[in-house]
Design a protein around this ligand. Structure first.
Ligand code: PLP
Length: 477
C-alpha cells in the first residue's frame, strides 16, 4: 500500500520551502506598496458581482499567485490612508508567528497538546495582569475575540454572583437577573446577556455624560430605576475605551460603588487596555486593578493579528466558573484548579490557535518600549486629527478624543437641520467607501450621525490627516 503521489507532493518540505520564499517575497512587495500608499484602501466592488467573481474564479495554477490576487482585492488595513475600524496593521513578526502556530497546530485544550504554548499563554496572561496592576492571585485565559471574552467573563460573574448554581439549575433556576451597562456599551454585551437567557430586560442602561462616560452617579440612577423591577442586579459593566468614541468610564468611582453594593465589576477594555503600557495615558485606566473581570484585545492597540483576547480575573479561580463543567475524556476528575495547565477548562473553545506566541515573540524581541511608542503615536495622531478638524470651519469635532478614536462630521455652511446633517454625512461616508482611496467609518451618537476614524497605524503621517480632510471636502455630495 503506497502513499499516493498527490499526498507526497502536498507535504514535500522542499515544495514548502519554495512556496514559502515566493509567498514572503509577494507579501513584502505588498507591504512596501501599502506603505507607499499605492492602490486603493477599499477595492470596492458591488457585493453581488464580487460574490459571483470569486465563486467562478479558478486557480491560476499557482496558489501563491492566487493569494496575491486575494491580497489585491482585500481592504488594505496597512495602507496609512486606512483610518477606520479598531483594526491594526499587524506587526509583521507576529504574522510570521501565526504561520508557525498554523504549522505546529497545537490545540492547547490540554497541556500535552501545547507543552510550549500553554506555559507561554500563562506567562503572557501574568504579564497582562501585572501591566494592569492586578493583585497577586489574578489570572485568566486567552480566547478568540472580545465578544467571546465578554461572554466568558459574564458567565463567570453569573455563576459567582447569581446566588444559585446556574450551571446545574439553568438560567431560570433562580430570580431574574440584570446588570447595569452604559448606553454606549459594545453590542456584544447585550448579545451576551441574550445568549445567557436574560432577555432584553437583562441590560439596564445607564446614561452617559457629556464626555460619553458612564459615571457612578448614572449607575446609581439606573440602580434606583431597577429597584421597582423584578430583576436582581448583580454587576456593573464598564468600558475602558468605548467602541464608539474611545471614552473611558471613571473606573475608580465605579469600583467604589460596586464594592459598596456588593456588585461584580466587569471592565470591557477590549480597546483601551493597551493604554496601560503608556506612562502618558495609563491614568485613564486608574481603578481597573479593582475590577473582578476584564477583557483586553491584543489585536487592537497591541498590533496583533486577529484574534488574541485576554479574559482576566482578579481572583483566578473565577476563571473556572465560566464553564463549570467536567469533560471526563479530556480533563481529570479533580477540581479544575488542580489542573491549571489544562486551559480548555476556562474557554468556550476546545481546540484553539496558539495565540499567545505572537504576543510573547513581540514582547521578547521588541520589548515593552516598542508598545509604548506605538500607543503614544496612535494617541498623538488622534489629537492631531482632532486639532485639524476643530480648526476647519466646515467640520465639527464631536468630542476631544481620549483614545485614538476621533468622531466628527462635515457641516456645509448654513446646514443646521439634524436630519439633513445626518443624510449629508451618511452620503459622504458612502462615497468614501466606494471611492476607496481612503477608508473611514461612521457611528450614531446621541447628537446624530458622525464620521469616525480610528488611528491604528503608527506609520500615518500628519500629511495623511491633511489629505483625508481635503479628500472629504472633494467628495462632498
Ligand atoms: C472591539 C470591541 C469589542 C469586540 O471585540 P472583538 O474582538 O471584535 O470581538 C468589545 N468591546 C469593545 C469596547 C470593543 O472596542
Amino acid at each position: 500500500m503506497s502513499i499516493p503521489r498527490s499526498i507526497l507532493d502536498a507535504y514535500d518540505p522542499e515544495r514548502f520551502r519554495a512556496d514559502g520564499h515566493k509567498l514572503i517575497d509577494m507579501l513584502a512587495g505588498q507591504l512596501a506598496r501599502w506603505q507607499r500608499r499605492e492602490g486603493p484602501v477599499v477595492p470596492w466592488r458591488d457585493p453581488a458581482r464580487a460574490r459571483s467573481h470569486w465563486a467562478e474564479s479558478t486557480s491560476s495554477g499557482d496558489f501563491v499567485d492566487d493569494l496575491a490576487r486575494i491580497a489585491a482585492a482585500s481592504t488594505a488595513v496597512a495602507n496609512p490612508r486606512c483610518m477606520a475600524h479598531q483594526v491594526p496593521p499587524p506587526l509583521p513578526a507576529a504574522a510570521l508567528a501565526e504561520l508557525v502556530s498554523a504549522i505546529l497546530n497545537n490545540g492547547m485544550a490540554v497541556f500535552e497538546m501545547g507543552p510550549a504554548a500553554v506555559p507561554i499563554e500563562l506567562a503572557v496572561i501574568e504579564w497582562m495582569c501585572g501591566t494592569l496592576g492586578l493583585p497577586r492571585g489574578a489570572g485568566g485565559v486567552l480566547t478568540s475575540g472580545g465578544s467571546l471574552g465578554n461572554l466568558t467573563a459574564l458567565l463567570a460573574m453569573r455563576q459567582a454572583h447569581a446566588g444559585f448554581d446556574v450551571w446545574k439549575a439553568g438560567a431560570h433556576g433562580g430570580p431574574p437577573l440584570a446588570v447595569i451597562v452604559s448606553s454606549e456599551a459594545h453590542y456584544s454585551v447585550s448579545r451576551t446577556l441574550a445568549i445567557m437567557g436574560w432577555g432584553e430586560g437583562g441590560a439596564i442602561r445607564a446614561a452617559v455624560d457629556a464626555r460619553h462616560r458612564m459615571t457612578a452617579r448614572a449607575v446609581e440612577d439606573a440602580l434606583a430605576q431597577a429597584q421597582g423591577s423584578d430583576r436582581r442586579v448583580i454587576g456593573i459593566i464598564a468600558a475602558a475605551g468605548s467602541t464608539a468614541t474611545g471614552a473611558y468610564d471613571p473606573l475608580g468611582e465605579l469600583a467604589d460603588l460596586a464594592a459598596a453594593r456588593g456588585l461584580w465589576l466587569h471592565v470591557d477594555a477590549a480597546h483601551g487596555g493597551g493604554a496601560a503600557l503608556s506612562p502618558t495615558h495609563r491614568g485613564k485606566l486608574a481603578g481597573i486593578e479593582r475590577a473582578d473581570s476584564i477583557v483586553w484585545d491584543a489585536h487592537k492597540l497591541l498590533m496583533m493579528p486577529a484574534l488574541v483576547t485576554a479574559v482576566l480575573f482578579k481572583r483566578e479561580h473565577h476563571a473556572y466558573e465560566a464553564f463549570a463543567q467536567q469533560a471526563s475524556y479530556l480533563f481529570a476528575e479533580t477540581p479544575p484548579a488542580e489542573h491549571w495547565w489544562d486551559l480548555g477548562q476556562r474557554t468556550l473553545e476546545c481546540t484553539k490557535r496558539m495565540m499567545a506566541i505572537e504576543l510573547w515573540v513581540a514582547l521578547r524581541s521588541r520589548g515593552e518600549a516598542w508598545f509604548t511608542d506605538v500607543i503614544d503615536r496612535q494617541h498623538e495622531l488622534a489629537t492631531e486629527l482632532a486639532q485639524k478638524l476643530a480648526d476647519a470651519p466646515d467640520f465639527e469635532l464631536a468630542l476631544e478624543p481620549e483614545s485614538n478614536i476621533v468622531c466628527y462630521r462635515h457641516r456645509p455652511p448654513g446646514m443646521t437641520d439634524q436630519g439633513a446633517l445626518d443624510r449629508h454625512n451618511r452620503a459622504l461616508r458612502e462615497r468614501v467607501v466606494t471611492d476607496g482611496r481612503f477608508y473611514i467609518v461612521g457611528t450614531t451618537l446621541p447628537t446624530g450621525y458622525h464620521l469616525r476614524s480610528t488611528l491604528m497605524n503608527p506609520l500615518i503621517e500628519p500629511d495623511d490627516l491633511h489629505d483625508l480632510i481635503a479628500h472629504l471636502r472633494k467628495l462632498c455630495p
